[in-house]
Design a protein around this ligand. Sequence first.
Ligand code: SIN
Length: 538
Amino acid sequence: MENKTDFLIIGSGIAGLSLAIKLAPLGHVTVVTKKSKSDTATNLAQGGVACVFGPDDNFDLHRQDTLFAGDGLSHEDIVDMIVTQGPDRIRELIDLGVPFNRDPNNPDRLDLGKEGEHSRRRIVHAEDFTGRAIQRTLVDRVSQLSSVEVLEDHIAIDLITENKVRKCPSDETEKGRCLGAYILDVDTGTVRTFLAPITVLATGGAGKVYLYTSNPDVATGAGIAIAYRAGARVANLEFVQFHPTCLYHAEAKNFLISEALRGEGARLLDPEFRPFMEKYDPERKELAGRDVVARAIDTELKNSGKECVYLDISHRSADFIQGRFPNIYKMCLRYGIDITKEPIPVVPAAHYMCGGVVTNKYGEADLEGLFALGETACTGLHGANRLASNSLLEGLVMAHQAFLRTREIFPQLRSRAFPQVPPWDIGGAMDMKEAILISHNWDVIRRLMWNYVGIVRSTKRLGLAKERLLPILDEIQRHYWDYTLTRDFIELRNLAQVAELIVMAASQRKESRGGHFTLDYPYKDDWNWRRDTILQKI
Ligand code: SIN
């Protein structure tokens, strides 16, 4: 069945929904999301949005902190644009009703948190579950807009591109045109054809490619895999950011212990309960960059052979802890840990993909009519390592930029007819009876990536990862034609694709920088490697 819409947005996090709200007056917006509209990484974000509001802060300082974290690969023009637009975008969220905390001593001002590598207090937050407050507000607003339709349990399979439809080789046109996407309606099992002059990939990151992650189950790298398969460039996928402190508990799944705790003085302790960050970064200690802290924890764990280190904030008053971190306090208590009295067991986990689909300053990817936003994109903001709480900011600003550009190009794109697009052809595909064919490969990939392509890499480990991924990719390709598509299979296909891309990117970078550390090239090589790692399907 063919469905026409003006704007097709794939993903319902901060970038997708804030763009949908802005586009609503211009036409019909279809947002597709593979689970429920609040199953997003945004919804899990704890810290907040980095933004210049403090009386002692300015854009230059935020810019410098972002560039320092990015370790030589951030694009200065993009950093500048995103940092300076921040306050306007936050005011828009306040107008929509996001309940950001106010400074208790001066309610005219926002309360500002502190996180690693920020030289000032600048994290705008809603208690310690900022993302949830933003997600709820955006979902509420979208539900009031008659021109925005949200389709839950709809998962994107692939983009429809003019080159493919017309069967011309991809180099015949300078830039192919994106016509929409094939989307699986999970409930009915049918593949729907969505045609749209503008398609937006805002599917979040790819944390599920690793065994341990702070990300929600939906973070399977869909946007990156889909864009790559359609011929768009992707970049810097070797720069996976590992968050130093996820709760270590048998029953806790991907629960983050926010960096904001370290911002308020929490200390990391080794398995013998001794502070250790001084050894790794004597000046910044717990507030060093995430790459430094995650590697320090990894070293402590490897040296001690233990399973976790500890984060201790119990020296702050119980009133302060319960007031500033009510959700983390309650969640830990649920697992029998009273953070006002005892240290929290923590381990690092894959947290954020600093690379993604290459875009310009409007969020446009290589195909005409295609945008990529938020964690799916590589705008140049994060470089080799993202500064904490810059991601929600990027999602907001880039959604606004995409809106400005869409407003300009939409009339022209809308006036162009779509070529004949063939409906999805299931051919002779059969139902896959054995779920084990998917779950086994899913487990193998995630374990392989954790062990061989994790916090510390080496040329040998990357080679082994590549060798083991190839037969899995092969098998998935065969199953793609033989079996009818399911959500699990589509996710596995994307996950495997992104794993391969991470390995390819990491193998190309012969140095250690930001989130990429390899034992064979342990130093930064500014002479040869100060550039993005670009991958494109040929
Ligand atoms: C955190 O609260 O520690 C996460 C914030 C972020 O990743 O930006």
